[in-house]
Every structure is written in C-alpha cells, then in structure tokens.
Design a protein around this ligand. Structure first.
Ligand SMILES: *Cc1c(COP(=O)(O)O)cnc(C)c1O
Length: 217
C-alpha cells in the first residue's frame, strides 16, 4: 500500500507486458480522502489526481494547485451539464463524456474559451442500467458525433461491473478504442490495475490502494 508501492507495481506490470517504462499514467484518486493524506502524496512528488465530484474538487484543489505547481486533476465521475462550465475551468481531463447534450455543452464552452480539457468517452461495457456511459453498441456513432463537434477526444474509459471479472471489459474497451483510432484507455482501479496494464491501459485510476480506505461516515 502507498504511492511508491503502487508506482513500482505499475512499472513491474509494464515490464511483464513488454510495454515501455512510464507508458502508463497513474491517476491518484483522492475523492473523500482527508487533506493530510492528499498532501502527503503531493509532498512525495505525485502531481496527477482524480476526483469524481465537481463540487468536492472545487473545494479543495484550487488551493492545492497553487501550493504544488504542476498539479493536474482529472474528473472521473459523472458530469451534469450545469456543472460543465466549472468543470472545464478546473480539470485537465474529463473521463466521463457519455451523452450528446454534454458533448454539445462542452463544444460551446470550448468555442468560448478557446480550449477544452482532454476528453475520454465513458463506455458502459457491462450495459448496467444504473451506470453512466454510452452503451457499447452506440459507442462508434457517439465518438463520430463528438469528433464532428471538434471535441478533443483522447480515449475511452470504463468501470467494469463489480461482480464481473474485469478482463473481458478491458478487452472490449481496447477493441472499441482501436477501431476508432483512439490511443487512450482509462481503465483499472485498486483491485485490478495490473490486469488493466496487461490489457493496454494508458491511465489507471487508483484510490484506496494509495490513500487507504475511504471513510464515507
Ligand atoms: C473511486 C474511483 C476509482 C478508485 O477506486 P479505488 O478502488 O479506490 O482504487 C477509480 N475510478 C473511478 C471512476 C472512481 O469513482
């Protein structure tokens, strides 16, 4: 457990998969974690974090980014259209683009600002009714529509169903990305990031294995 262990395990997984050292980017998922744990990881030199709620991120990151230059935060949770403006002002990447209305809103904001965070399209690889993400069979069309809006798509993201073995979901995401010419694959969490690296992940999102369990109490 801890940042350096996770970094070592990612490097080992890259070696085992015959992938270049450093080809996988670690997003330290800091949602809900107490500030002292987050600052300890910043003090250790890590500069890329993930949050799943706009409001929570707005409350803590502007001050931390000022204090630790070079820090980036990625949004990995669902984005409501009415929070899109705040999100593009804070995050360097958004991993949860999953519907046309949000795409149109982001395209409008990009036009006004002259810039847009990197975007990952979230795919609901398990076709779970309660989960965000475009359905796998709708992904090609959605990606084409987002590209037609000139949005900076960099990859795909998935959160496999908790009760499934993740391998088939990682493979499906990779396949969808390859046939759409997208290089980024945001997949793998604390319990399965090594398998995700073996399956081609470019971004792993690891929270509790770095920071310890989240206390929602
Ligand atoms: C919380 C979260 C993670 C990190 O989960 P851990 O199991 O703590 O590593 C990764 N991705 C998303 C989208 C999350 O919401």
């Amino acid at each position: 457990m801890g940042l350096s262990d996770i970094v070592e395990r990612i490097r080992a997984a890259e070696r085992a998969a015959g992938r270049p050292q450093g080809s996988v980017t670690l997003i330290a998922v800091s949602k809900v974690q107490p500030l002292d744990r987050v600052e300890a990881v910043l003090a250790a030199g890590h500069r890329l974090f993930g949050e799943n709620k706009v409001q929570e991120a707005e409350g803590k990151w502007p001050a931390l980014i000022a204090k630790y230059p070079g820090t980036s935060v990625h949004l990995i949770g669902p984005l409501q259209t009415n929070k899109a403006k705040a999100a593009v002002g804070l995050f360097d990447a958004i991993h949860s683009l999953d519907r046309e209305k949000l795409a149109r809103k982001l395209a409008d904001l990009a036009q006004t600002r002259g810039s847009c965070p990197d975007l990952f399209v979230q795919v609901n690889t398990g076709a779970e009714p309660q989960k965000a993400g475009v359905m796998p069979e709708a992904a090609d069309e959605f990606i084409a529509a987002a590209r037609a809006m000139d949005l900076p798509l960099v990859g795909l993201m998935c959160i496999p169903p908790v009760d499934d073995a993740p391998g088939a979901h990682f493979a499906m995401l990779r396949n969808l990305a390859e046939r759409n010419g997208l290089a980024g694959l945001s997949m793998g969490m604390s319990d399965d990031f090594e398998e995700a690296v073996a399956a081609g992940a470019t971004h792993v999102r690891v929270g509790s294995a770095i920071f310890g369990a989240r206390d929602y109490g």
